[in-house]
Ligand binder design. Structure first.
Ligand code: HAM
Length: 416
């Protein structure tokens, strides 16, 4: 039996888990402040949910999905992203009467990608979706939420925006792009040659140097916007400017999923290396209709929690405990009973399990306890315990009766 975790997966040990929780919690509380409500969809769906929405030609559908048949022969897929599941739930739960809907979510996603720094096969996303608002101000709402979460996590990232236009503008642009690239077909990388017939826009995103050189003289999408597309983008960018939020227009930014229209965006950080996208998303006005639901516009984004964790200087919060320490083995039962009582009253407590008194005191300091309550036979007989405040070193004798309140009051006395 191999004891290694599966390639591309990782254990979150307590410290990493605390940071992960802090990130999800920070995003959760800021999202709530913006009026986004949390929801969850299942971790697996019928494969069709992803195949029909993300694009048959997308990398995710082509080579990255964890697809399997269950015992009943149903073809299922571990979710590679959250938007398709939310759109499915929007339809199957009959949420169209409740628009505009502002949703926040967080949880694991699965993609069979080549693992590297910031890229796993099981990773976690937190995301936001605003469904049912066609106005570009919905895009601004989602982008300001993203800015605020990154600020809350003290992460510096650069926002890149592009508009891939509405379907009409995009169709005209694609025609012209394909014409240009077909003329230079033989100079294109094999990947881009394949994409030319399937999804030519994705070629804009190619990392191949030959492709990039060719693209320098390719037609630009901004020259093909109709009035609707142009006005949509300028409302978003003017609003960001008015709010003093910085961004960079990148005409080559296209996304790996097929459901986008109008604005697409990515917050990037060079500190991440090759996998520089930290938080990405865009508008998906046709997605819900494509899935068989009522025509409903949508816009949203998702961020990789592991990538946020690599960049945020903040640490997870761990409540400082009270250490309850029996002076020796004979007082263990009393110490356990006291610890149980204090915990029931809402105090975070650690019990000193073994070793002599000095070992247990050292461990209490190592656990970042703010107080050590030492249970000795003589004091206990008098209804008292010794208490050492570990930051100041101050020692006190405290009554066992009402100790919950005494400790709670001491804890709320500054400095903590
Ligand atoms: P995405 O760009 O595929 O978009 O993923 C969003 C974020 O998830 C990326 O920016 C990255 O931080 C993180 N991520 C993606 N793949 C991995 C991986 N293999 N390992 C670690 N982190 C990863 C979406 O998923 C869309 N659903 C976003 C969206 C929401 N668009 C509209 N609404």
């Amino acid at each position: 039996m191999s004891l290694q975790s599966v390639r591309g997966t990782q254990d979150l040990l307590p410290e990493a888990q605390a940071k992960h929780n802090m990130i999800v919690e920070c995003a959760r509380s800021i999202s709530a402040r913006f009026g986004f409500h949390e929801m969850s969809t299942p971790i697996f769906e019928f494969s069709e949910v992803f195949k029909r929405t993300l694009g048959e030609a997308s990398d995710i559908v082509n080579k990255e999905m964890y697809t399997f048949k269950d015992r009943n022969g149903e073809e299922l897929t571990l979710r590679p992203e959250g938007t398709a599941g939310i759109a499915r739930a929007f339809i199957s739960e009959g949420l169209s009467q409740k628009t505009p809907l502002k949703l926040y979510y967080a949880g694991p996603m699965f993609r069979y990608e080549r693992p590297q720094k910031g890229r796993q096969r099981q990773f976690h996303q937190l995301g936001a979706e605003l469904i049912g608002v066609a106005s570009p101000y919905a895009d601004v709402e989602c982008l300001t939420l993203a800015f605020e979460i990154l600020r809350g996590l003290k992460i510096e990232a650069q926002l890149e925006i592009n508009s891939i236009g509405d379907p009409e503008s995009r169709a005209r642009y694609c025609e012209s792009l394909v014409k240009y690239l077909t003329r230079h077909h033989t100079q294109l990388s094999a990947d881009s040659q394949r994409r030319l017939g399937l999804n030519p826009l994705r070629i804009l995103d190619s990392k191949d140097e030959g492709d990039r050189a060719l693209l320098k003289n390719a037609p630009l999408i901004s020259d093909y916007y109709n009035d609707t597309s142009r006005e949509f983008l300028s409302t978003v960018t003017n609003s960001l400017q008015a709010l003093g939020l910085k961004f960079h227009l990148n005409p080559f930014l296209v996304r790996g999923l097929d459901y986008y229209t109008h604005c697409v965006f990515e917050f990037k950080s060079s500190a991440l290396g090759a996998q520089d996208a930290l938080l990405s998303g865009g508008r998906y006005d046709q997605l819900i209709e494509t899935m068989g639901g009522p025509a409903t516009p949508g816009i949203g984004w998702a961020a990789g929690v592991e990538r946020l964790a690599l960049l945020s200087p903040l640490e997870g919060v761990k409540t400082r405990p009270v250490a309850v320490i029996p002076v020796h083995g004979s007082m263990e039962a009393e110490a356990f009973a006291l610890c149980y009582r204090l915990r029931a009253a809402g105090l975070t407590c650690e019990i000193g399990f073994s070793g002599n008194l000095s070992k247990r005191m050292k461990r209490a300091a190592g656990q970042n306890s703010w107080a050590a309550v030492v249970v000795g036979p003589d004091e206990w007989a008098r209804g008292e315990v010794q208490c050492k405040l570990l930051d100041s070193g101050e020692a006190k004798i405290l009554r066992v009766e009402g100790l919950e309140k005494t400790l709670t009051d001491l804890r709320s006395d500054p400095p903590q």
